[in-house]
Design a protein around this ligand. Structure first.
Ligand SMILES: Cc1cc2nc3c(=O)[nH]c(=O)nc-3n(C[C@H](O)[C@H](O)[C@H](O)COP(=O)(O)OP(=O)(O)OC[C@H]3O[C@@H](n4cnc5c(N)ncnc54)[C@H](O)[C@@H]3O)c2cc1C
Length: 405
């Protein structure tokens, strides 16, 4: 069996190795259009490569994928985070789980992952052909697939099975050759970005982190939680990044002009918040508002919120009255900020979009349009929040494609 893997990135290498491990007689070639492989792995996770996440339940794992989570459940039952960890560790790359559940090589160096792939490709005799971009493919006799190269001096080649692992692309044009074969392409739009708030004075509090927040987009169903960081341009941190990922398509439609509502106290039941404030009144009636911060909010933020709802710093808690307490409940649980634009997060831009999962058998990763054609990695309309989940999707889909082809 002759197998071609198109794209020498994370998914390409993992797929090629999975083919050889499951079909030892297969002759496998990786075609890479540039002159270096695994470029993204090298720079990933700030050069440390966040290979996966410590989450072990498939249900929780699938929740990290704004697109593709539910469709990946079956594939995750075949290859999930636990498998990823033992895959690398049993091939000589010890891993460590950080407190935040992100998993990195103990070496703290993405080169360990690259070296492992290189060792495996050599061991299995997988050919890696650099500078060989694929321009198009077509089905020929016996359901074989012919590949044509971008460079016109390279003769077309025929394979029994082909796995496409060409990664994401910021424009639909990048997927045109796959669209022309009959696959629907979901529009690429950015995911994982921070929010710009040019007209919001809260930016003067830059550097403040509130550990537990809930955020949502006004008028939409998207909701997120986690730490929130106030920056000099607006808001960032896991709560915001997650919200940007889940709202990616809608926020693109809104041209990144919307209102984000922040719940600073991680409590959605307003009655409970009111009770906490009432207990402060009962226990600290003579304290100035500015001197007693509910929920341990950072001082500068608390003062900012008091100013925002026009409550004087020197007012006593006992003088708040029902109206004052209600004002506080609202600003603590439902505080709106106008967003105008977005900023890419640490160069780690991810685009959602790609080959529609409706055109792929998600149990095998085989195209429903072209027999013997498989997909793995970011070329699919799958993307995740940060935390090693994007690589996990690449490993999972590549493993399934390589094993089941
Ligand atoms: C800066 C940065 C840091 C990141 N850090 C992390 C992290 O720590 N953890 C995490 O989970 N995710 C991370 N990600 C996301 C992760 O890198 C991607 O999800 C992952 O690389 C996708 O793998 P892939 O193999 O599908 O695509 P890619 O890694 O993009 O590989 C695709 C390959 O195909 C080649 N190719 C494209 N078209 C053709 C063609 N026509 N013919 C031949 N070859 C072709 C490309 O040159 C490329 O080498 C990061 C992303 C970025 C940009």
């Amino acid at each position: 069996m002759k197998v071609a893997v198109i794209g020498g990135g994370a998914a390409g290498f993992f797929a090629a190795i999975a083919v050889k491990e499951n079909h030892p007689k297969a002759k496998v070639t990786i075609f890479e259009k540039s002159n270096k492989v695994l470029a993204k792995v090298k720079v990933s996770g700030g050069g440390r490569c966040n290979v996966t996440n410590g989450v072990t339940s498939i249900k929780d794992l699938s929740l990290a994928y704004p697109r593709g989570g539910s469709q990946l459940k079956k594939a995750f039952s075949i290859f999930n985070t636990t498998h990823t960890m033992s895959w690398f560790e049993s091939r000589g790359v010890p891993l460590m789980i950080q407190e935040d559940n992100c998993v990195f090589p103990v070496s703290q160096d993405s080169q360990s992952i690259m070296d492992c792939f290189e060792e495996q490709t050599t061991k299995f005799g997988i050919s890696v052909e650099l500078g060989k971009g694929i321009r198009s493919l077509k089905q020929v006799e016996n359901f074989q697939i012919e590949l044509s190269f971008i460079k016109s001096d390279q003769e077309p080649m025929v394979f029994d099975k082909v796995i496409v692992t060409t990664g994401g692309n910021p424009t639909k044009k990048g997927f045109q050759w796959l669209q022309e074969l009959g696959h629907k392409i979901e529009d690429p739009v950015p995911s994982l970005f921070t929010f710009n708030m040019p007209n919001e004075p809260i930016t003067k509090l830059m550097g403040i982190v509130v550990e537990k927040t809930i955020t949502n987009i006004q008028g939409e169903k998207f909701k997120s939680n986690g730490p929130l960081l106030i920056t000099h341009w607006g808001m960032s941190g896991p709560s915001i990044l997650k919200l940007s990922a889940f709202g990616a398509r809608k926020l693109s439609e809104l041209e990144y002009q919307f209102v984000v509502q922040v719940n600073w106290v991680n409590e959605q039941n307003n009655d409970k918040v009111l009770k906490i404030l009432e207990s402060i009144v009962a226990e600290n009636p003579k304290k100035d508002l500015s001197n007693f911060r509910p929920y341990g909010l950072p001082e500068r933020l608390w003062h900012f919120l008091l100013e925002k709802i026009e409550l004087p710093f020197d007012k006593k808690w006992s003088e708040l009255g029902k109206k004052g307490l209600n004002k506080l409940v609202v600003v603590l649980t439902n505080d709106p900020y106008a967003v105008k634009g977005k900023t890419t997060f640490k160069e780690e831009f991810v685009t959602c979009g790609g080959v529609s999962l409706n055109d792929v058998n998600m149990n095998t990763m085989q195209s429903k349009v072209i027999k013997n054609l498989y997909f793995a990695g970011e070329v699919l309309d799958i993307d995740a929040i940060t935390g090693g989940y994007n690589f996990q999707a690449a490993w999972t889909t590549a493993f399934v494609a390589g094993k089941l082809l």
